[in-house]
Design a protein around this ligand. Structure first.
Ligand code: NA7
Length: 538
């Protein structure tokens, strides 16, 4: 027991970690079963990703009408999205609205972080410890900790010497920042970097972008919705709420039926231009499947996008730096952007290619590169997350044999369908490795399916008069193998990105399941229909 733990342990049926899309829904579902639920959230409010990522320009790349809960017609009717791709404040407001409508806050302890969770095989229960020194005894532990929630700050020498304002995009001050009189530096040009750069470029006195890897991006088409448009969309909700669970990525669109090679060059070009105009991720996960398997197709897509970039950037040398050379289109996360490439046409914006001109250290007043010191007052790290495993690994979780989940995952990242881990009975996970995750899934679709599955699984165990459920080693092994076989066929797997983790033994593992949201859902639901075949229930 950690020091300072009070001995007045509270006994509950389920502990839920997180107040994002998944945690709120899990709290709702388990409470619906009459379970005594205790939920924790490190932030002081609900929202998860949409609570923490409040940097300028934070916006969702999924259409609002598929980025929502489907369980309540009342909520669907009452809530009105203002635009096609809502900004962070609107998604945060939506999640607050849902929390209020469903009276979920009463179950949460906010500003409370779960630090330890230990399974006791004698009782079949978990003890959970928080950073407030409280201890809970629970039968089930449901971790809705997010796949991209543990921020990653690179270990660049001199970081502690910096005397200006240093920020990570995922830990942004609620009051915001004023950059009108500031020389700003941004490190990182992934989905987040692009949003923050395009938003700060017109506002900052000066902006220097430190780019290690350029990113292919698609211009976002983001019309505002009026009442007529909202009514039209709401009429489609009954259809959409089925549709999203039946597509490959959990969006409303799916891959085209046509094969790349069955079409002429003109036909392909015409189709690409047409889908490009939609201004959504359909250009990536709604065109040709071959983009993920065939380097030639990925290359041709890359050339198409490169042409679009060149047409928007005035200086050909800058344009060239902004075009990825070391990976094909679609093999890393493709973000949506709004005037991102035009930002580099401003006299006040500089692009530093840190592969050619590496960062040597952070100084008191700037960034020292091989070619000289660049002064900055505000330094923003848009450097991403410890993806997939990071948030869970920051908790000391010990399973049936006493082994830490962190140690297991450092050796070998594995789960059973991203829902449970062999050796960790009654622990359920959402957005964990080996299930469809970010970008290969419109996250709310996958979260709702996973939470529904978990909730029905728990209901089954309780109704059978049983207490403990855990996947067998054989089922987990079978899932890992199936997952790897699918991943190995893709060029995503052979590209370095946060999608792929390195196991302790040097092998690599894709974080997201690539068999499709529809297939994944069917597989999980078949197992449930067969009374959780492959799981040990006692
Ligand atoms: P990403 O996609 O992981 O991007 C992080 C960026 O930071 C990327 O450009 C990295 O370059 C860069 N980076 C990371 N470490 C360093 C160091 N040490 N030096 C310079 N540059 C660095 O994170 P995001 O937050 O943009 O997006 C994550 C997901 O959140 C996104 O896909 C959405 O689904 C939501 P690299 O590419 O590694 O060379």
């Amino acid at each position: 027991m950690a020091d300072g733990i009070r001995d007045n342990t509270s006994r509950v049926d389920a502990v839920i970690i997180g107040a994002g899309f998944g945690g709120l829904y899990a709290t709702y579902r388990l409470r619906e079963q009459g379970m005594k639920v205790q939920a924790f959230e490190a932030g002081d409010g609900v929202g998860g990703t949409w609570y923490w990522n409040r940097y300028p320009g934070a916006r969702v790349d999924s259409q609002s009408y598929v980025y929502q809960y489907w369980f309540s017609d009342d909520i669907l009717n009452k809530w009105n999205w203002s635009e096609r791709f809502p900004s962070q404040p609107e998604v945060e407001r939506y999640l607050n609205f849902v929390a209020d409508e469903c009276d979920l806050r009463q179950h949460y302890a906010f500003e409370t972080r779960v630090t330890e969770a230990t399974y006791h095989k004698e009782t079949g229960r978990w003890s959970v410890v928080t950073d407030r020194g409280e201890r809970y005894d629970t039968q089930f532990l449901v971790a809705c900790t997010g796949g991209l929630s543990a921020p990653s700050l690179p270990d660049i020498p001199g970081i502690d010497d910096f005397q200006g304002e240093l920020l990570h995009t995922a830990r942004w001050p609620k009051e915001g920042i004023d950059v009108s009189d500031k020389r700003v530096g941004v490190i990182g040009t992934g989905a987040t970097g692009i949003q923050v750069i395009q938003s700060l470029a017109p506002l900052a006195k000066h902006l220097t972008v430190f780019q290690r890897t350029p990113t292919f991006a698609i211009p976002m088409r983001n019309p505002a919705f009026d009442d007529a448009k909202r009514a039209e969309l709401k009429a489609k909700y009954p259809e959409l709420k089925q549709r999203v669970f039946d597509t490959f990525t959990g969006f409303a669109f799916d891959f085209q039926d046509k094969d790349w090679y069955s079409m002429s060059e003109e036909q392909r070009r015409e189709m690409m231009e047409e889908i490009w105009k939609d201004g959504s991720l359909s250009f990536w996960v709604g065109t040709f499947k071959e983009v993920f398997f065939d380097p030639e197709v990925s290359k041709q897509f890359g050339e198409f996008v490169a042409e679009k970039i060149r047409a928007r950037v005035n200086d050909p040398e800058t344009a060239d730096k902004l075009i990825p050379k070391d990976h094909g289109f679609g093999t890393r996360r493709i973000p949506l952007e709004t005037k991102y490439f035009e930002a580099y046409n401003r006299d006040t914006v500089d692009l530093v290619d840190i592969r050619a001109n590496p960062i040597q250290k952070i100084t008191a007043h700037g960034v020292q590169t091989a070619e000289g010191e660049i002064p900055v007052d505000t330094l923003i790290f848009a450097t991403g997350f410890d993806a997939g495993t990071g948030a869970m690994n920051r908790i000391d979780i010990r399973g049936r044999t006493g082994e830490r989940l962190r140690d297991l995952w450092e050796r070998n990242v594995r789960t059973t369908m991203g829902l449970q881990v062999h050796g960790f009975p009654n622990l359920f996970t959402t957005m964990a490795p080996l299930a469809p995750a970010s970008a290969f899934c419109n996250v709310p679709t996958c979260l709702q399916h996973q939470v529904d599955w978990i909730s029905e699984c728990i209901r089954y165990v309780r109704e059978q008069g049983k207490h403990v459920i855990e996947p067998t080693e054989a089922l987990e092994q079978q899932w890992v193998q199936h997952h790897d076989e699918l991943a190995d066929h893709t060029i995503v797997m052979s590209t370095a990105s946060w999608y792929v983790k390195r196991n302790g033994d040097g092998t690599r593992r894709m974080l997201s399941y690539l068999g499709g949201v529809n297939t994944y859902r069917q597989t999980c639901d078949d197992i449930a229909a067969k009374h959780y075949e492959g799981f040990a229930i006692s």
